[in-house]
Design a protein around this ligand. Structure first.
Ligand code: PLP
Length: 424
């Protein structure tokens, strides 16, 4: 038995499924998880000393690569000043200024500790602001695991084969309406039925939790127009796309204004951080300024802020990182698409910037229904081929491949060779 297997044997006795988040389990690819001991740059090393070229990047945060020296040093320095005070700090002001100074429509921002919290709080703010209860989400979009949003929620839930979650009372989701991704007419129907009752439409501007599903031409524009017309709040869940597609996220990349935006992942550079923010009129409803209660003992934690400020600072000072990353993604996923087109294995490649997915289906993938036509057994086989050659992919079909600024063309060429070897 490997050390990873020994540790996993211990883990399953004391942690549900042996993991602290379901996406880390290797169940859907028929393996047990590699226990990661360290990571640096583009590589992770497991407890047995095996090294992997990583395309998960902690599910997004590692846009500069693992263990970036500037982030590490900022964290060490912050640790020397104490881990938490439960009081206001300079770093929180700097973080908020950094975000509000460069992201479109960000007039005020509140830090929290995870993407889940960010979305849950943004929904509450939107409901408090509009005085309405209903929210619209899209099938296959994941917005964290708060009760109201665990409806047709994509990857983790999809992979486990659980349509919804047990333990969520029907009352918690009765105001959650589901629409079809990339189908503005399905949203219009909901507004026709409930013209004065919808508080918010929440969307992943690039779907990344049913595999990568970019927005069709005009889709986000239509959501913007409907929200404006009916007085609903448009929430972009940019927990993955924020600071990734561009510093200003999908709002900047697609040129669409959201009313509220949620963040996680990249914003904490690997520390547990989330944030929500946007238009002043809405954010002024949040306590202690307004009646929408939201709080957090460790929110804006000084060590976490130090990590986030260091990473966002680099991204802001070096806009060429985005040009390079998006160019690299365009090339890399384009090459995978060429391979898929030549292959006898039915496969489709979707990509946007540095995010991409290879779906094992012959159909174009534009929403949850079409994503689900993928052959997950084939993905499991592909995954085993790749990890056998030292490539660490997401252990499930319905996830993104995350490129970082650290990935080199040489590394990516090596991966393309392996994909060719599997597909052709
Ligand atoms: C990961 C994710 C979340 C949840 O963030 P956590 O930090 O895992 O709670 C919410 N929305 C999207 C789009 C995500 O990808």
């Amino acid at each position: 038995m490997t050390k990873s297997e020994q540790l996993f044997e211990r883990a399953v006795k004391v942690i549900p499924g042996g993991v602290n988040s379901p996406v880390r389990a290797f169940g859907s690819v028929g393996q047990s998880p590699r226990m990661i001991a360290s990571a640096d740059g583009t590589h992770m090393t497991d407890e047995d000393g095996n090294t992997y070229l990583d395309f998960v990047g902690s599910w997004g945060p590692m846009i500069l690569g693992h263990n970036h020296p500037a982030v590490r040093e900022a964290v060490i320095k912050a640790c020397e000043q104490g881990l938490s005070y439960g009081a206001a700090t300079k770093r929180e002001v700097e973080m908020a200024e950094l975000i509000c100074g460069s992201v479109p429509n960000m007039e005020m921002v509140r830090m929290v500790n995870s993407g889940t919290e960010a979305v849950m709080s943004a929904i509450r703010a939107a409901r408090g602001y509009t005085g309405r209860d209903k929210i619209v989400k899209f099938m296959g979009c994941y917005h964290g695991h708060s009760d109201a949003l665990l409806v047709q929620a994509g990857s983790g839930v999809m992979t486990a084969g659980i349509p919804d979650s047990a333990g969520v009372p029907a009352g918690c989701t009765q105001d959650t309406l589901s629409a079809v991704y990339n189908d503005a007419a399905s949203v219009q129907k909901l507004f026709d039925t409930f013209p004065d009752e919808i508080a918010a439409v929440i969307v992943e501007p690039v779907g990344a939790n049913m595999g990568v599903v970019p927005p069709a031409q005009g889709f986000l524009e239509a959501l913007r127009a409907m929200c404006t017309k009916y007085g609903a709040v448009l929430i972009f869940d940019e927990v993955i796309t924020g600071f990734r597609l561009a510093f200003g996220g999908a709002q900047e990349y697609f040129g669409i204004d959201a009313d509220l935006v949620t963040y996680g992942k990249i914003i904490g550079a690997g520390m547990p951080v989330g944030a929500y923010g946007g238009k002043r009129g809405i954010m002024e409803r949040v306590a202690p300024l307004g009646p929408v209660y939201q709080a957090g003992t460790l929110s804006g934690n000084p060590v976490a802020m130090a990590a986030g400020i260091a990473q966002l600072g680099i991204l802001k000072e070096h806009p060429e990182i985005y040009t390079d990353l998006n160019e690299k993604g365009g090339w890399f996923f384009g090459e995978i698409r060429k391979i898929a087109e030549q292959s006898s294995v039915p496969a489709t490649v979707n990509a946007c910037g540095s995010l991409g997915s290879l779906f094992f289906t012959g159909q174009p993938v534009c929403n949850y229904e079409t994503a689900k036509t993928s052959d997950t057994a084939r993905y499991a086989d592909y995954f085993r081929h790749m990890i056998g050659h030292g490539i660490y992919l997401a252990p499930a079909q319905f996830e993104a491949m995350f490129l970082s600024a650290a990935h080199t063309r040489e590394e990516l060429n090596g991966v393309l060779e392996l994909i060719r070897g599997y597909m052709l």
